[in-house]
Ligand binder design. Structure first.
Ligand code: B3K
Ligand code: ZN
Length: 899
């Protein structure tokens, strides 16, 4: 990564088709850790759709140039430079052979070809292929690949690449080879190879057209006992995509490989998905219910990319959400179906609630800070910085809105047309929108603004009931927060916002819905209506409304917006008790809690005494005791909004005040509902063998939430007794980790011996399981600190622990990111110690792994929104990083934050 004074900004409007195309790629690898030689033979021709260009410019980074030939003859007019190769005055079509070398062992960036635990892996998205060989490394250059791998047979018994294995055999000197052929054209970012000592769980299945397929999950030998769940998840994904979208696995073989050094979750390389071990390995002893669910979701996500991303790919990186937003939407729908079947709305709602919680906490914050960008960004310095919550999660909400507008069938028609038109192509978000529009006979020109406008829209709602005329009118007005960049950007006009609404009568039941001017036969039986808000302000009038209703707004979170409506506390309690829309039931409880917590935080900030609000305790008590609600729903409804989310809602973020307020409420709820928590604990035990089913996980979730509330009591003896017993008896990681966490929580007040012992036991018990040791680090990094021992001291001590390793991203995340991002009250300590630590670690990572460093760098980007003292200390830390960071990745983040 070079140190550039003026970063090059890449702009969407500058897109031009490539001057040359590459039809076929033949790669030969002589794999060796310190010097891998790569010979690449490319059939190149001029792109008829592009302007004239005499020279061929290929991208390449950190490569040693060995030689070049054109059509079999030594090539004279080639020049190797820092950014690649220039070959001057080339013909219209030719075969180019390039030989070069790279050093996988020295590659700590985990982009390109690298070594992890002695095995070889690649990561090419977004621009890693150019670190392997010279190429037109851009997604609109699609080619068919053949790949020959040669390596030492003892060191690398397994040799894998994309597609089908067509040849394998021995070579002299203890070496061997394998030749792979991928029949599908693909961009270079989907290339992959894996070589090393690995074993696979295998299974054969027959897909919808009757073809037999081989499925493999490759891992290091000692992890083979943790592959079953990933395999099951893969099979479920394949079946679901056949059922829901009529999409079949197209290759004869589909492989998943787990690697412990990986920058993100997983990668959808054609036929050879490479995964962070965190999203593959699971058995009851090592993985929690959340881990099991995440594995299912990520396996699904990468598998679904085979159609949405690989068969139809992105024209350029500005279109990233074309594949990511759509594939996140698909994985969300898949997980919802797995948790409750396609039709069970109440079970599906828990998944929806979890997804919206993440969106609101992370994406809304991103949209309010210096990295705010539209779902389809207009410019970037480093594309790896744009694998964001906006592109992924808001992008998924944008896709979901098509389904909300057209229904599941209409959405399916749009998908069918999209594949019919674009299979095998590299296309744009506009192409997707056009397919949806044409398949459903709708003009979606206005909908384009969802792709081009940054910022979170606000919908302000006012209502009026005319009892005499039995008319109820709802006025929706859309806009953006005062002073936000989006608020000034008015020439683009309003958005098309699908706004789902229901009206609730005095008895708590939904009222029938009939809009003014609608004939009765026209009105559907549904008690939820999707209003289409297209103007800056619009009034919708319901007629024949017998009683003054309570509106249930934005049901199921039908659009990624903030709703402003002045509910009274009693109205929120009523919605929490009665709304037929489970999402809005949860939402009402969250609004009630948020309002109370923010009021308390304001008092805490000015050192005024705090007092508990009975309405909140009563409402929570009712939910806890309501056996008609599923345990998983109760768990979500009884969880308070996170400290991070609450701090973001304050005029000036004050993490200490938020922590004080939230702890006060947790303690208050623990004490007032003590008997109910104890009863819930007993009622939700899951004796017998562990099963990762949604039902069992729901029971464990509610039970462990009860335990965590009980651990807040001033006298935590009972919680300590329960948690110690649970820790010792646990037959699964969910219960063991929850018990440990409850003990640590209780000990924050008392310094308990049980917590210390359990923590030591946990380490010894799982010393050989890196993913569990990650949990051990992260539990300590997120623990509550005390005045005598602030958490930063624990963290600094753990940085020197023999098991800590900054080069392993999972380990760095488990300690450093957990502290900086998931322990706000301790990280934002008034003495600035957290910020000093952050700056040190960003700079240390910057030299090793810029992508991981840039993620950590983002942790301070909202500095302007904090209280003045914190703000100044944060700026100083940012300035220190800006003065010393070398990578383009980190520089883009801190420079935007300071601008
Ligand atoms: N497409 C990859 C992400 C690649 C990130 C590169 N910095 C994983 C996914 O979204 O499925
Ligand atoms: Zn993806």
């Amino acid at each position: 990564m070079s140190d550039t004074a003026t970063p090059t900004v890449i702009r969407r409007e500058d897109y031009a088709p490539p001057a040359f195309l590459i039809d076929t790629v033949d790669l030969e690898f002589d794999l060796a850790p310190e010097r891998t030689v790569v010979k690449s033979t490319l059939r190149v021709r001029r792109n008829p759709a592009a302007g004239p260009a005499p020279h061929l410019e290929l991208m390449g980074e950190q490569l040693e140039f060995i030689g070049a030939q054109i059509d079999g003859n030594a090539c004279e007019n080639v020049r190797a430079h820092e950014h690649g190769l220039t070959i001057e005055n080339v013909a219209d079509a030719f075969t180019l052979t390039l030989t070069g070398a790279c050093n996988p062992e020295a590659n700590t960036t985990l982009s390109g070809l690298y070594v992890s635990s002695g095995n070889f892996f690649t990561q090419c998205e977004a621009e890693g292929f150019r670190r392997i060989t010279w190429f037109l490394d851009r997604p609109d250059v699609m080619s068919t690949y053949t790949v020959t791998l040669r390596a030492d047979k003892t060191a690398c018994p397994v040799l894998l690449s994309n597609g089908n294995l067509i040849e394998a055999g021995d070579l002299p000197d203890g070496r061997h080879y394998a030749k792979w052929e991928d029949p599908f054209r693909k961009p270079s970012y989907l290339f992959a190879l894996v070589a090393g000592k690995l074993v696979a769980l295998e299974e054969r299945i027959t897909t919808s057209s009757g073809k037999e397929k081989l499925l493999q999950v490759w891992v290091e030998p000692h992890d083979l006992d943790k592959t079953r769940h990933a395999m099951d998840s893969l099979i479920h994904s394949i079946r679901w995509d056949e059922r829901r979208f009529g999409l079949e696995l197209d290759l004869d073989r589909f492989m998943i490989v787990a690697v412990s050094d990986f920058n993100m979750g997983a990668m959808e390389n054609k036929g050879l998905n490479i995964f962070n071990t965190k999203y593959v390995l699971a058995n009851p002893e090592t993985a929690t219910d959340v881990d099991f669910a995440n594995i299912e979701a990520v396996v699904g996500h990468e598998y679904f990319h085979n159609w949405t991303g690989n068969r139809v790919t992105c024209r350029d990186w500005f279109q990233l959400s074309l594949k990511e937003g759509l594939t996140v939407f698909r994985d969300q729908e898949f997980s919802a179906a797995m948790s409750g079947g396609d039709e069970n709305e109440a079970a599906r709602a828990t998944k929806r609630i979890e997804d919206v919680r993440v969106l609101r906490q992370m994406q809304f914050a991103e949209d309010a800070g210096p990295m705010a960008h539209p779902v389809r960004p207009e410019s970037y310095v480093e594309i790896n910085n744009f694998y964001t919550m906006t592109v992924y999660e808001k992008g998924a909400e944008v896709v979901r809105m098509y389904q909300t507008l057209f229904g599941r069938d209409g959405f399916r028609k749009g998908m069918d047309l999209y594949f019919q038109r674009h299979d095998g192509q590299a296309v744009t978000c506009d192409d997707f929108r056009r397919a949806m529009a044409d398949a459903n006979g709708r003009d979606l020109a206005q909908f384009e603004r969802w792709y081009s406008q940054a910022g979170t829209p606000r919908v302000t709602v006012t209502t009026q009931y005319d009892a005499a005329a039995k008319r109820y009118s709802v006025t929706l007005a859309q806009g953006y927060a005062n002073g936000s960049p989006a608020a000034r950007d008015t020439q683009k006009g309003p958005l098309l916002i699908p706004f789902a609404i229901g009206l609730i009568g005095p008895d708590g039941a939904d009222l029938p819905l009939k809009l003014e001017g609608e004939s009765s036969s026209n009105a559907t039986a549904s008690t939820t209506r999707v209003l289409e808000l297209t103007d800056a302000q619009q009034t919708f009038t319901f007629v024949d409304v017998a009683h003054k209703p309570l509106p249930s707004l934005l049901r199921n979170f039908s659009a990624p917006v903030i709703v402003e409506y002045d509910y009274g506390n009693d109205e929120l309690a009523f919605l929490l008790a009665h709304d037929s829309d489970p999402f809005n039931r949860w939402e009402a409880g969250q609004r009630l809690a948020t309002r109370e917590l923010l009021a308390l935080a304001a008092r805490a900030a000015t050192r005024q005494p705090l007092a508990m609000n009975d309405a909140l305790t009563e409402a929570f008590g009712r939910v806890l005791n309501d056996a008609s609600l599923s345990p998983s729903f109760r768990e979500l409804a009884l969880m308070l909004p996170s400290e991070t989310y609450l701090a973001e809602q304050m005029a000036e973020s004050n993490p200490a005040a938020v922590h004080a307020a939230r702890q006060f409420v947790r303690k208050g709820l623990a004490a007032a509902l003590k008997n109910e928590w104890l009863a819930a604990y007993d009622a939700n035990l899951t004796p017998g063998a562990y099963e990762p089913t949604p039902e069992a996980a729901g029971h464990r979730g509610l039970k462990n939430l009860a335990l965590s509330y009980l651990s807040e009591l001033d006298d935590p003896a009972e919680a300590v007794r329960l948690a110690t017993a649970q820790y010792n008896a646990a037959n699964n990681m969910t219960d063991r980790a929850a018990a440990l966490s409850a003990l640590m929580n209780a000990a924050a007040g008392t310094g308990g011996e049980q917590a210390k012992q359990a923590l030591e036991d946990f380490y010894v018990r799982f010393e050989k399981e890196p993913l569990v040791i990650d949990k051990w680090f992260s539990l300590q990094a997120t623990q509550r600190g005390t005045a005598q021992r602030p958490t930063i001291e624990t963290v600094r001590t753990l940085m020197r622990h023999p098991a800590f390793n900054l080069k392993n991203p999972n380990r760095a995340r488990s300690l450093i990111f957990s502290f900086c991002a998931a322990n706000p009250a301790q990280f934002h300590a008034a003495d600035g110690s957290g910020y000093a630590f952050w700056a040190e670690q960003v700079l240390a990572l910057d030299a090793i792994n810029p992508q991981v460093a840039a993620r950590l760098a983002r942790n301070l980007e909202l500095w302007r929104r904090f209280t003045p003292a914190l703000r100044d200390a944060m700026r100083a830390a940012l300035e220190q990083v800006a003065a010393q960071a070398k990578s383009r990745d980190v520089r883009e983040i801190v420079e935007k934050a300071l601008a």
